[in-house]
Ligand binder design. Sequence first.
Ligand code: ADP
Length: 215
Amino acid sequence: VVKMVLDGDNCEGILINPFGPALFLPRQMLEPLSYVRPSSRIYLMEADITKVGADAIVNAANRTLLGGGGVDGAIHRAAGPELLAECRGLHGCNTGEAKVTGAYRLNADCIVHTVGPIYSGSREDAKLLEQCYKNSMDAAWECNCQTVAFPSISTGAYGYPIDKAAKIALRTVQNWLWEHPDSFMDVYFCCFSKADLMEYQNALSYLPDIPPEAE
Ligand code: ADP
C-alpha cells in the first residue's frame, strides 16, 4: 500500500481506521517507511521443537510417516493421535522429499514431514539431506508460513555426523532464503542439546556473508 501511494501522483496519504479514531499518514511520513525492508533471519537455539511456536514445524520422519522414535515420536505424542490418522492417508514419503499435515495440538499451523538419509558415508547422503531442507522450505513457503522450526535432521538414529549435517542445513536454508528474497521467513534451528547447538554455532562461521552471484 505504501508503495502504491508513493508511486501514484494523486494520493495524499493513507487513512487508517476511517470508521473509528482515524489516523492520517501523509505522503511525507510514508517515504521513510518505503526504505524499511523486512528481512529473513536464521536463529539457532537449544530447544525441544514440540515446545517451540512456529507456523511450520519440520519433523525428521521415516519413510512410513507412521511415527517412530526421537523427534518423530515426540512430535506425534505432542500433536496427538489425529496426526497418525492423517499420516496414514499419505502413504509414506521418499527420502529427501517432504509432505505436509495439520499440526493438531502443536503450537503451529502445519507439520512438514521430511525423511532424512540414513548415513552411509556416500556422496548421495549430502544431496539427500540438502533436498530435505530445500523441499521443507518449499513446502512451508507454499503453505504461506513465515516461521519454520527445524530439528537436526538425520543426526540422531540415522547417524549423520552433526558437524557435517549442520553445515549442509545452514548452507541450504541460507541459499533458499537468498533464492527467495521476497519470502521474509524466520528459520529456527532447534538443537536438542548444548553440544548440538555448539556444532551449529561452529557451522555458522563457515557460511558465506553474501550470495554467490554477488561475489
Ligand atoms: P533421525 O532419524 O533423522 O536421525 P532423530 O529423531 O533420531 O532423527 O534425531 C534427529 C535429531 O533430533 C537429533 O539431534 C535428536 O537429538 C533431536 N531430537 C530428538 N528429540 C527432539 C525434540 N523433541 N526436539 C528437538 N530435537 C529433538
